[in-house]
Design a protein around this ligand. Structure first.
Ligand SMILES: *Cc1c(COP(=O)(O)O)cnc(C)c1O
Ligand SMILES: [Zn+2]
Length: 404
């Protein structure tokens, strides 16, 4: 299966660009999207060929025909993708819906950021890029540092000082030049943009390069396959920069174009934190663009993205699919995290927990109907956020005894 990439096109003005040299945004400021020769892809991207494990590695590069890397040697993989779809038993029964969790916490570096990093770093390698720079809330930095190291590409990472300890350590241990910023993700973004002008790095901030979306869209391919080519009624996605939700919608459209998805489309729901809700506000106000969210405040790192460069694409995905957007408070998110661990035994990340809490709210409001099939993206492992769990444990003397 070889890549059927054909060109890049601007998501705003439709101008087209070659995929053969490194590029960031269109002159008009619009993010670029990768386009494929779908007639060519049709020959190889078939249900039968996807199931022949022997012909592919068992990772997201199984979908190579609809991924941007041309030469096999340039693929940088740490085993990303092919994550499990887990049916919740206790919760599904309680809520009278079929609730599934796609568990992205099993990816290398513990989050779905591995998919974007694998695609982005592989294409950077193919294009001969030597140094990559990025602002990150934490998890993207950890993932790109790991894949960059494997590819022999230098990484410059800037993250808010209050990012999780684990994310800092991931960047540090893989040898990325890591800087902590006394400010928000958007401040880290400005510092990286300044450095990029000075040093001519290749900047890969969210949506400033075209390939990260391609990795993340493989979540959509996997959901389609795991639901046996019939999409669930609702997909709920915790939204920061919005790459995941844009990617899943792109996947749905590509699979439809190949004739692999013919049934109903899933409604895409975007969940944000109450303290940083640019997309939710824009959606509620009927706007096509999201404003910069002043004074963003949430302890959930992956959701603390006040500036959404792909705002128009995120809002389009929500509206076109008949989806919706809602915000959840930090307290409710952390409660959701604990509840899920205690009903299903899954220690998910708070971003994923926001999607769980959103499910309760959407059932209450009638947006999700009884018996519908709902798929939640758990975007990362709770183990990366262990510091958010407050412990209350009894301590016994050496010769003590247990009384329950
Ligand atoms: C980055 C991140 C998000 C937000 O993802 P986007 O695709 O940028 O919206 C959600 N959850 C986790 C764990 C993340 O690291
Ligand atoms: Zn343009």
């Amino acid at each position: 299966m070889v890549s059927s990439i054909s060109h890049l096109s601007c998501s705003k003005c439709e101008k087209t660009f070659s995929h053969e040299k490194a590029i960031n945004l269109c002159q008009c400021g619009g993010p670029l999207l990768v386009r494929y020769d779908l007639e060519k892809a049709k020959q190889v991207f078939t249900k039968e060929l996807l199931n022949q494990k022997s012909t592919h590695s068992w990772n997201m590069w199984r979908y190579k025909a609809l991924l941007p890397v041309i030469k096999e040697d340039n693929i940088v993989s740490l085993g990303e993708g092919c994550t499990p779809l887990i049916k919740t038993d206790n919760l599904s029964r309680k809520l009278s819906i079929d609730l599934f969790i796609k568990d992205e916490g099993l990816n290398p570096t513990g989050t779905f950021k591995a998919r974007g990093a694998s695609a982005g770093v592989s294409k950077a390698k193919e294009l001969g890029i030597r140094t990559i720079a990025m602002p990150t809330a934490g998890n993207a930095g950890g993932a790109w540092s790991a894949y960059g190291r494997k590819a022999g590409i230098e990484l410059i990472v800037a993250m808010p000082k209050d990012a999780t300890e684990l994310a800092k350590k991931e960047c540090f241990i893989t040898g990325a030049s890591t800087f902590l910023i006394k400010g928000l993700l958007s401040d880290a973004g400005n510092i990286i943009a300044k450095g990029t002008k000075k040093y001519n790095w290749f900047e890969v901030a969210t949506l400033k390069e075209p390939y990260r979306i391609e990795g993340k869209k493989t979540m959509g391919f996997e959901i389609a396959e795991q639901f046996n080519w019939e999409m669930p009624d609702v997909i709920i996605y915790p939204t920061g920069g919005g790459v995941g939700i844009i990617g899943i919608w792109k996947a749905v459209k590509e699979l439809e174009a190949l004739g692999l998805l013919t049934g109903k489309r899933p409604r895409l729901v975007s969940v944000q934190a109450e303290g940083c809700r640019p997309i939710v506000d824009a959606f509620e106000q009927g706007k096509n663009h999201a404003e910069f969210y002043e004074n963003a405040k949430t302890v959930i790192g992956g959701l603390r993205a006040p500036k959404v460069l792909g705002d128009a694409l995120v809002l389009e995905a929500i509206r076109e699919s008949g989806g919706t957007a809602l915000a959840i408070s930090d307290e409710e998110i952390l409660l959701g995290m604990k509840e899920l661990a205690r009903t299903e035994g899954m220690f998910i990340c708070p971003e994923g927990a926001a999607a769980i809490t959103a499910t309760y709210k959407l059932l209450d409001s009638g947006y999700i109907k009884p018996k519908e099939t709902v798929c939640i993206l758990n975007t990362g492992s709770g183990l990366k956020y262990a510091e958010l769990v407050d412990l209350e444990l009894p301590t016994l003397e050496k010769d003590g005894e247990i009384n329950i």
